[in-house]
Design a protein around this ligand. Structure first.
Ligand SMILES: Cc1ncc(COP(=O)(O)O)c(C=O)c1O
Length: 395
């Protein structure tokens, strides 16, 4: 009989010539199990998705309960759907007053597309500024926010009017002008190797946006939902963005995204033209029910604060390892810098052999990442630290 592995390579559209190609048959908490029964600790949470772990019982229950009520009813925005409205109420309660209106979508890329369109529509301006070494998604608009020639040149022409600044470069903020509709930034650059924005830079960026009437969009797609030790990474900086983009960790394992803004701004998508952004499955009720349960779990269990405490355990346990040059990040969002070409790949591959999943970065090949479920217990942290040490020892 033809194996799943053969079918995968024959019939599944591939993203690279070297996919990890593990066949996982079950996942629970921080663990995934392959078809041979081998156990892996998921230290990347499916790339910042499983913040409450795999198949959190409350998320599973909420999803099952919603399945018994209704699935898709109508395109987004027409009907009143209880999982969406309850979610929006709970989410906006956690946010500053001016982030009070939630537009539900399907993914991170779509949240970015929506935010870019909203900023252009609201300000009537043509230009957007993004930062070098950022990844905001793979659709045409989101891809246009990436300044890596290798990854973008085959898809040109991209969306015009986008320019790039160096991250944390205060001296370049004067390139934000009255023509700039929006600046889009991650408070902690994820694919740049978990590089936090500097406090002074973020404050000056907010100030410059205020001076020029430019909307500040913060991409919280990887950093959101407790990952960095606050519910959202912008909270580290004592500033309030005009729009935030959410996805990944939002759904507790279900696909969903959103962009959130002030109703006054958001309403501009309803006229001139009406239907400024539309989406069939945005905020799918089953995903929204999962998202609501997941957010409740994060809040009730104080998982943002826990991420800080747990992140420190990793740092303390690994900072003196002779192969670790430096560790940076916030909360349970950590990047380990290694000496020597190819070391990152070696640790990641060794991890798979030993039974843990870590990951590389798009724009930094000197570091590997860990971003475990925020629900990870102390014992599980120690179990994973031993495995990481073993992989490092082999370098
Ligand atoms: C910071 C950031 N923004 C946006 C996206 C795009 O999200 P999605 O893959 O859901 O389209 C990603 C995905 O990795 C991301 O890391």
């Amino acid at each position: 009989m033809i194996s799943h592995r053969q079918l995968f390579f024959q019939h599944i559209g591939q993203t690279s010539q070297a996919p990890i190609a593990l066949e996982i048959v079950k996942a629970e908490g921080i663990y995934m199990f392959d078809e041979k029964g081998k156990k892996y600790i998921d230290l990347v949470s499916g790339v910042s998705v499983n913040n409450v772990g795999h198949r959190h019982p409350k998320v599973v229950k909420a999803v099952k309960d919603q399945l018994d009520k209704y699935m898709h009813l109508m395109v987004y925005g027409e009907y009143i759907q209880s999982p969406q409205v309850k979610y929006a109420e709970l989410l906006t309660k956690q946010l500053p007053d001016k982030l009070n209106s939630v537009y539900f979508v399907n993914s991170g890329s779509e949240a970015i597309e929506g935010a870019m369109k909203l900023a252009k529509r609201y300000t009537g301006r043509p230009e957007i500024i993004a930062f070098k070494n950022a990844y905001h998604g793979s659709t045409h608009g989101a891809l246009s926010l990436m300044n890596d020639e290798n990854l973008t040149q085959a898809f040109r022409p991209l969306v015009p009017g986008i320019s790039f600044l160096d991250f944390n470069a205060v001296s370049q903020l004067n390139r934000i002008t009255e023509h700039t509709a929006a600046v889009i930034i991650e408070a902690v650059q994820a694919e740049g190797g978990i590089l936090p924005a500097e406090d002074d830079f973020m404050k000056k960026l907010r100030k410059r946006c205020n001076e020029t009437g430019t909307l500040l969009i913060i991409d919280e797609i990887q950093t959101g939902f407790g990952r960095t030790g606050k519910l959202f990474a912008f909270e580290h900086y004592n500033i309030v963005p005009d729009i935030i983009c959410l996805a990944k960790g939002m759904g507790g394992g279900m696909p969903i995204g959103a962009f959130v803004s002030d109703k006054k701004i958001m309403n501009s998508l309803t006229y001139n033209p009406m239907l400024g952004h539309i989406t069939t499955f945005g905020g799918h009720p089953v995903s929204a029910a999962g998202a609501l349960a997941s957010l409740e779990v994060i809040i009730e269990n104080n998982l943002s604060k826990e991420a800080n405490r747990k992140g420190k355990i990793y740092i303390n346990a690994l900072k003196n390892h002779p192969k670790v040059k430096s560790i940076r990040g916030k909360g349970l969002f950590l990047a380990f810098e290694l000496e020597g070409e190819g070391s990152v790949e070696k640790v990641i591959n060794k991890g798979i052999e030993l039974g843990f999943i870590s990951d590389a970065f798009l724009f930094d090949n000197t570091r590997f990442r860990i971003a475990p479920p925020l629900t990870i217990t102390n014992n599980e942290i120690f179990e994973s630290v031993e495995l990481i040490k073993k992989a490092l020892d082999k370098l």
